[in-house]
Design a protein around this ligand. Structure first.
Ligand code: 13P
Length: 251
């Protein structure tokens, strides 16, 4: 499976900053082989990013979508609009949305369905909090999230699907999960998906890790069993760091 490296810029980068960052990264990476690189700038910069990335192998993701297809939902963004600006992927239920905007597993499920309906590849984020890990609930929490977020999603819809394991305690803290923790959790996620669907389906789903990924830990994380890619926040806004992360499959 080609490793997937996703830059989640969160609420950073104007149009000018987006184009500048992409130009710098694109110049140094120049259509990398062996990894799929995806950028998720804010909604307002997606179209400019799409233009800046034309005739490259880089792809675009949105950071969120609304579950309805269209209608009187002031402020919301439909999946079809994301297709319209060139997105291939969409992040669903990032822990920042779960925590700050009250996104529940029910909402995550609706958003996964909406993404699939619009032919967008969902990047479904799951992860435990610090308190949940400390009280040994990690696997239970992840299993619950997977079951609820994928409720009544058919096996045939998971041909192209990404699960991002992002432990909440590792996001933006500088404390990445250890290789051992990541390996244990990713195997658990793969096995859970195999039980929910079947082994071939589970093996096709890319399970990526996010949480304080940087240039100097990307190599070991990316070479961990059952890690099919990385979801990068802060370090993806620093070109040298992100370039190093994208090159770490080879190094
Ligand atoms: P950081 O890489 O800044 O920890 O953020 C991770 C993340 O939330 C990516 O979606």
């Amino acid at each position: 499976m080609t490793p997937l490296i996703i830059a989640n810029w969160k609420m950073h980068a104007t149009i000018d900053e987006t184009v500048k960052l992409l130009t710098e990264i694109r110049f140094s990476l120049n259509n990398p082989d062996g990894v799929e690189v995806v950028f998720a700038p804010p909604f307002t910069a997606l179209y400019s990013a799409h233009i800046a990335l034309q005739e490259t192998n880089f792809k675009l993701a949105a950071q969120d979508l609304f579950w309805e297809l269209e209608g009187p939902y002031t402020g919301e963004i439909a999946g079809s609009f994301l297709k319209d600006v060139g997105c291939h992927y969409v992040i669903v239920a990032h822990s920042e949305r779960r925590r700050s905007f009250g996104e529940t597993d029910e909402i995550a499920n609706k958003k996964v369905r909406a993404a699939l309906t619009q032919d967008l590849i969902p990047i479904l984020c799951i992860g435990e909090t610090d308190a949940e890990r400390k009280s040994n609930q990690t696997m239970e929490v992840l299993q619950k999230q997977l079951k609820r977020d994928l409720q009544e999603i058919a096996m045939s819809d998971l041909k192209n699907f990404v699960v991002a394991y992002e432990p909440v305690w590792a996001i933006g803290t500088g404390n990445n999960a250890t290789v051992e923790q990541v390996e244990e959790v990713h195997s658990f996620i793969r096995n859970t998906l195999a039980k929910m669907y079947d082994a071939p389906t589970a093996s096709r789903i890319r399970i990526i890790y996010g949480g304080s990924v940087k240039g100097d830990n990307a190599f070991s994380l990316l070479h961990t069993k059952n890690v099919d890619g990385l979801l990068v926040g802060g370090a993806s806004l620093i070109p040298e760091q992100f370039i190093k992360i994208c090159q770490s499959k080879e190094s």
